[in-house]
Design a protein around this ligand. Structure first.
Ligand code: ACO
Length: 322
């Protein structure tokens, strides 16, 4: 049996940090409101001209370096993003060329905040089928480009960033199970109304902005993640107590706490970066994973549960031995 194993992680954040106190100057909000409702204290925001592809490239370089793998050895790049640099070529293709991995398969996955976990699930299937041996999986976003900075209900929630992992075929696990889901019936609760087929308009930022019914999203997220956790454990043939670390999508500390409670896990065993990064969409899980690895919290041989929930709705998980 072939498994896919994460052999190294990497990440990248824009230099500029914007705190809640900074946001108090542009919208009617407070550090107290933002922190008590979400757990967020600050976020990193891309500089003018700094793109999703730039962050993805830096995260990929750091993961490849940590893995000791040359770009030319890669046979697949899968990149989760909902904020690609341009419509085409895909950001995966742009990053592939900058890395010098020309020739391997490369494509983007748009599953909103679940983009990285979806990409990981797809990459796992390529490795298990014998099609690929070494795969780069990236989650990268510049979601703040979509943000309406006069809308206090959404602008306080998001940040920019990227994370990456190098996966390798192995006879040892590895990824035990991945679960991917979507329900497009929930579109109206979280969406950006503008694309190419539905064109740009005369509104500020060409009409590009995040529409979100926060309270509804919150409720569905908690309920859905609760059943996702059960499904993932069953698919992996494991029980709650076998999970060493929960590495959740970083949207809201209260959603994270609800999932930890479902797993009977103390918050000591949950990786939290939402305070520093806010919601970086597809970037959030691999950023949290890289932080967990580089800070020495996550050790080789430990079992990790990765999960995410986002626009679509989409939701996805991976249970793996690091
Ligand atoms: N600062 C101050 N007050 C605010 C702000 C703000 N930034 N935003 C909203 N308010 C006000 C509202 O106007 C409202 O005032 P009112 O009672 O006078 O009408 C009050 O605060 C309460 O607003 P709610 O929206 O009901 O607040 P809630 O407790 O639901 O928290 C939040 C809002 C943080 C958005 C929460 O619902 C949430 O996190 N939902 C999940 C959404 C999410 O995570 N989306 C990201 C993408 S999907 C994902 O990644 C899971």
């Amino acid at each position: 049996q072939i498994y896919s194993r994460i052999i190294a992680t990497g990440s990248a954040l824009p230099e500029r940090v914007v705190t809640n106190v900074d946001l108090e100057k542009i919208v009617d909000t407070s550090d107290e409101w933002i922190h008590s409702r979400t757990g967020i204290r600050q976020r990193h925001i891309a500089a003018d001209g700094e793109t999703t592809g730039d962050l993805a490239f830096r995260a990929a370089q750091s993961a490849l370096e940590a893995a000791g793998v040359k770009a030319s050895e890669l046979d697949l790049i899968v990149l989760g993003t909902t904020t690609p640099d341009i419509i085409f070529p895909s950001t995966a293709c742009l990053v592939q060329h900058r890395l010098g991995a020309n020739g391997c398969a490369a494509f983007d996955v748009n599953a909103a905040c679940s983009g990285f976990v979806y990409a990981l699930g797809i990459a796992d299937k390529f490795i298990r089928s014998g099609q690929s041996k070494k795969v780069l999986v990236i989650g990268a976003e510049t979601l703040t480009r979509m943000v309406d900075w006069s809308d206090r209900q959404t602008c306080v929630l998001f940040g920019d960033g990227a994370g990456a992992v190098v996966l390798e075929a192995s006879s040892e696990p590895g990824i035990y199970a991945t679960c991917l889901h979507a329900d497009g019936g929930f579109k109206e609760l979280l969406y950006n109304p503008v694309g190419v087929s539905v064109g740009f308009n005369d509104e500020p930022n060409h009409g590009v902005r995040i529409h979100m019914s926060g309270r509804e999203v919150f409720k569905v997220a908690v309920k859905t993640l609760d059943s996702l956790v059960g499904e993932t454990l069953e698919a992996a043939g494991m029980v709650e107590s076998q999970i060493d670390w929960l590495i959740p999508h970083q949207a809201n500390l209260r959603i994270i706490e609800a999932t930890a409670k479902r797993l009977n896990m103390s918050m000591e065993r949950v990786i939290v970066t939402v305070d520093k990064h806010a919601n970086t969409s597809s970037g959030s899980v691999p950023l949290a994973l890289d932080y967990a690895v580089r800070s020495g919290k996550v050790q080789r041989g430990q079992n990790l549960l990765l999960e995410a929930f986002g626009g679509g709705f989409t939701w996805a998980s991976a249970l793996l031995r690091y």
